[in-house]
Design a protein around this ligand. Structure first.
Ligand code: HEC
Ligand code: HEC
Length: 221
């Protein structure tokens, strides 16, 4: 019991040290984009809260490369945000930006000075890692209800930023916390939220969404 706790603490410390050691790279990177004139735009690209230590398999090369390259312009992306099919094109787009060839190249020129790009081999490791830990999309053959009236609120709200997630990813009691975090993500990323309803605008119906997810959730063990 005690030794396993110690092992856990040591592992946590090693992870922390691995990310924190080289001159606080993460802090440096964040400082660079936060201070840029485009800071407010960059800040909204992805929500805060997902930190290098939250990356799955934190000591793998894929996680370390993600923590090194993917915090240079915006908050860290969770590999589980997108499904596997989507990651290669996203990484390709991001690598072009890191090489200064992105469609926002001039806009970001002044910020780009300290940005480094992965090698082709590193980019392959990154993609493989993100795909391995990717979101699992909802299978319409298994959950056809998602495309019927009862899935309306869920479908409308939950495919704005990524594919519809597989409801079997969590149990009914786990989903509400995830949905609450997604509500925050929506506020952060300026998508549809319920606060000030405009007539005719789609509404975020949290109760309907949670009820739908609960019906199709993973059964607790
Ligand atoms: C050189 C700056 C830069 C770096 C470094 C960078 N990004 Fe981005 N990223 C952007 C910009 C600008 C956008 C918004 C425009 C867009 O979506 O292409 C963005 C958007 C995103 C989005 C949201 C768009 C979507 O399709 O969901 C994700 C996810 C993302 N980046 C992941 C990554 C990952 C993973 C890495 C590391 C491999 C990375 N980024 C590195 C500049 C960067
Ligand atoms: C405004 C954009 C946005 C919307 C809309 C959105 N998400 Fe997400 N989602 C994200 C981002 C960003 C991440 C990665 C960061 C995180 O996990 O918070 C994510 C990750 C996820 C994940 C994987 C992470 C995990 O912990 O398992 C699931 C599952 C998920 N979303 C479910 C949902 C559901 C259900 C809805 C509808 C209520 C929804 N999302 C709506 C942005 C969004």
């Amino acid at each position: 019991m005690r030794s396993s706790l110690l092992a856990l603490l040591l592992a946590a410390f090693a992870t922390f040290a691995a990310f924190a050691a080289p001159g606080g790279e993460m802090e440096q990177a964040r400082g660079r984009w936060a201070a840029s004139p485009h800071g407010p735009m960059l800040e909204r690209i992805l929500p805060p809260g997902f930190e290098p230590a939250d990356l799955p398999e934190p000591r793998s090369r894929g996680a370390q490369l993600t923590a090194r390259y993917c915090v240079q312009c915006h908050n860290l992306a969770n590999p589980a945000m997108h499904h596997a099919e989507k990651w290669p094109a996203i990484v390709e787009r991001m690598v072009l930006r890191m090489q200064g060839k992105g469609n926002m190249g001039r806009l970001m020129a002044e910020m780009m000075a300290g940005v480094e790009a992965p090698s082709a081999e590193q980019a392959r490791v990154l993609v493989a890692y993100l795909q391995r830990r990717a979101q699992k999309p909802l299978d319409p053959r298994k959950v056809p209800e998602a495309y019927r009236a009862e899935g309306g609120a869920f479908r409308l709200a939950c495919n704005q930023c990524h594919v519809l997630p597989d409801p079997a990813r969590y149990t009914a009691s786990e989903w509400p916390a995830v949905v609450a975090r997604m509500e925050k993500n929506m506020e952060w990323m300026n998508r549809v939220v319920s606060s000030s309803p405009i007539p005719g605008e789609p509404q975020l119906r949290i109760e309907d969404i949670n009820a739908f997810l609960a019906r199709h959730a993973r059964k607790p063990r």
